[in-house]
Design a protein around this ligand. Structure first.
Ligand code: ADP
Ligand code: TRP
Length: 335
């Protein structure tokens, strides 16, 4: 039988909330990959230290992101789901990788370069940001991952991991596995409720998945609709009404959405009616995940147990790799 490929991806707990862009653009695919190979997922809390500087906020984010991903369907029996800092060996690998990392390569990294180009001074950029790609390479290489599903913005980082594995292997022999990037295909880039930009937490143009119903209703009611339409019986253009694009994602009856589009064009349906339908479909689509999240929130012992078991499994794999790495570089005297 063909050996299953090993997938790995990290999720930075930079916020506690998740929106439908995160779900359709990333999480849904993570859940699907559990059945396609040997999947490793982790909450990249060391990486979050770069942007989250408040202790309570970070703790809250880590816990919520962990719970949210379980609620969406990451199954600890199907994948290894853990927290990055539960396997601190990753920082040892980062330390070793520092020595095969050219300074010039780091200086060409987007995250750092973008900051400089936006006018940040070198004094204001910390080494956590500068070294970010080396830590990410350590994440990838420690688990001998083969396929890394990420968004376009993380592609360069995976290529750096590949380059560092190549350099390490060239110097010390074939120990590390060169990973390949898997760019998400066929996943929606979800437009924000402003109808213009990509949905994003930082832009505030999002619909949360796990907020209370009242908040979700407000977010849906604030969606931008065709501005040329003043009265409900004015003909409208469905393409200028962002609510339709969300209905395409969450409303199960595709024929009904098509029919609504036609009625909208003829001025036979009001915006509020469409938004109400979206709210109902939205809550239906995510009902199971929302319910699961509620249960997990009320059973933190179970969450802790899942986190600890995930860490144990990850540590086992990590230990094996770091032993090989120590041995190959010459750190194993008297062992
Ligand atoms: P945000 O922009 O809201 O801070 P993140 O950068 O934390 O979101 O993104 C986490 C994951 O969700 C990434 O893999 C990213 O590709 C995906 N993602 C975020 N926003 C969207 C969107 N509007 N459409 C599709 N995917 C998205
Ligand atoms: N930097 C990634 C992000 O912000 C998260 C991440 C950390 C990651 N380590 C990783 C993704 C290793 C893939 C592989 O989205």
């Amino acid at each position: 039988m063909k050996k299953k490929k090993r997938f790995l991806s990290g999720i930075t707990p930079s916020a506690a909330d998740l929106h439908i862009g995160n779900y359709f653009g990333a999480v849904k695919q993570h859940v699907e990959f559990q059945d396609k190979g040997e999947a490793f997922y982790f909450v990249a809390d060391y990486h979050a230290l770069n942007t989250v500087h408040n202790k309570e906020e970070l703790e809250n984010n880590i816990l919520n992101v962990f719970i949210n991903f379980l609620a969406f369907g990451l199954d600890p029996d199907k994948c290894i789901f853990f927290r990055q800092s539960d396997v601190p060996i990753v920082t040892e690998l980062q330390c070793i990788l520092n020595n095969v990392t050219p300074l010039g390569l780091m200086k060409r990294c987007h995250a750092y370069k973008d900051k400089l180009e936006k006018g940040a001074s070198e004094e204001s950029i910390n080494m956590g940001l500068f070294n970010y790609p080396i830590l990410m390479a350590a994440d990838i290489l420690l688990y001998k991952s083969e396929v890394i599903p990420v968004g376009e913005d993380q592609k360069q980082h995976v290529e750096i991991a590949k380059e560092l594995a190549r350099r390490f292997n060239h110097r010390y022999g074939k120990v590390l596995v060169e990973p390949a990037v898997y760019l998400k295909k066929d996943v929606a880039v979800v437009v924000g409720t402003d109808g213009e930009r990509k949905m994003s937490k930082s832009l505030g143009n999002y619909i949360s998945v796990f907020a209370d119903e009242k908040t979700i209703e407000e977010q849906i009611m604030s969606c931008v609709t065709d501005p040329a339409r003043v009265h409900p019986d004015d003909p409208g253009s469905p393409d200028k009404n962002v609510v339709f694009s969300y209905l395409d994602l969450v409303h199960r009856d595709k024929g009904e959405v098509q029919d609504l589009r036609e009625r909208y064009k003829r001025g036979k349906v009001g915006d509020v009616e469409i938004k109400k339908l979206l709210l109902k479909s939205f809550l239906g689509y995510f009902a199971e995940a929302r319910e699961r999240r509620k249960r997990l929130k009320n059973d933190l012992d179970k969450v802790r147990d899942i986190m600890h078991r995930g860490a144990e499994k990850a540590r086992k794999v990590a230990k094996k790799t770091i032993e090989e790495v120590r041995e190959s570089v010459g750190l194993n005297v008297f062992k």
